[in-house]
Write a protein that binds this ligand. Structure first.
Ligand code: ADP
Length: 254
């Protein structure tokens, strides 16, 4: 009912476009919705991926996340990368060693597009390996649409904001996901901490896999170690006794 209440049942395409545009005018600076981003949003609306863009979930450094509603009245998360202010250097640094992406470009928009594709494919790979991440729906230009993690349109908080009630169990799950990511998907998250794990009614959901890299990327092992350190630090704060060695062994076990 939540979504239905918010969407007129006879919402037409043009109306959808107007409402998408309304978001630009009322809620966020035009910085996010440059002309090409608006065009891409319209295309996504016309392809049936999106009926309404309804409120900002998060305004990050490189991307904004919005709550969207589909033609079928389902919530989706719409992650829109800003092209103008994206961290070009970082994206190049991470994407260069990845054999899946042979991007040799100095074009910002192309690089962001490759980055969004990378996030989409990483989500798919993680999902296939049994890691709880948002299911990706579509990636186009600088926009990624994925499963909305939350209840009744209320986004789940991060584990940083709302720590898990049962930290021991959360730790076990997260280490299992790191293991599946490593041995199954053959990826390292690379920015893992409670900031990038949502607490969905007690269930950890790993997000923001855009920078996740394949195991033979030259940075992979260094970033795996950083992920392990962050996870140990965050759980120690909750009083869980866990060592980096413990976690490393579990992640790498065959
Ligand atoms: P950034 O790289 O800008 O930090 P994230 O992917 O980490 O982008 O998302 C930023 C915030 O948006 C998250 O902390 C979370 O609050 C929210 N968010 C991201 N993805 C989803 C999702 N699939 N469902 C619900 N909320 C999400």
């Amino acid at each position: 009912s939540g979504a239905v209440d918010r969407v007129d049942s006879d919402l037409g395409r043009m109306e959808a476009v107007k409402r998408l545009k309304g978001v630009e005018d009322r809620r966020v600076g035009s910085e996010v919705f440059d002309e090409l981003t608006l065009k891409t949003l319209y295309k996504l609306a016309n392809s049936g991926y999106l009926a309404v863009l309804n409120g900002a979930v998060s305004t990050g450094k490189e991307a904004n996340v919005f709550k969207g509603i589909t033609d079928n009245d389902e919530f989706v998360a719409v992650k829109i990368y800003r092209v103008a202010t994206s961290d070009f250097k970082k994206m190049q640094y991470y994407i260069q060693g990845d054999p899946r992406f042979r991007v040799r470009t100095t074009n910002r928009r192309q690089l962001v597009q490759a980055w969004v594709n990378k996030e989409f494919r990483n989500l798919k790979r993680a999902l296939e390996a049994g890691v709880r991440v948002p299911e990706p729906v579509v990636a186009r230009d600088n926009i990624l649409i994925m499963e909305f993690i939350g209840d009744d349109g209320e986004p789940a908080p991060t584990m940083r904001e709302v720590p898990p009630d049962d930290p021991e169990r959360a730790l076990e799950l997260i280490v299992e996901y790191m293991h599946r990511l490593y041995t199954g998907a053959r990826l390292v998250h690379g920015d893992l901490s409670f900031f990038n794990i949502l607490n969905h009614s007690g269930e950890p959901v790993i997000i923001d896999v855009s920078q996740a890299m394949v195991l033979d990327h030259p940075l992979a092992m260094e970033l795996l170690e950083r992920d392990i350190k962050n996870v140990v630090r965050d759980f120690k704060r909750l009083g869980v006794n866990v060592s980096e060695d413990d976690i490393r062994k579990k992640i790498k076990k065959e």
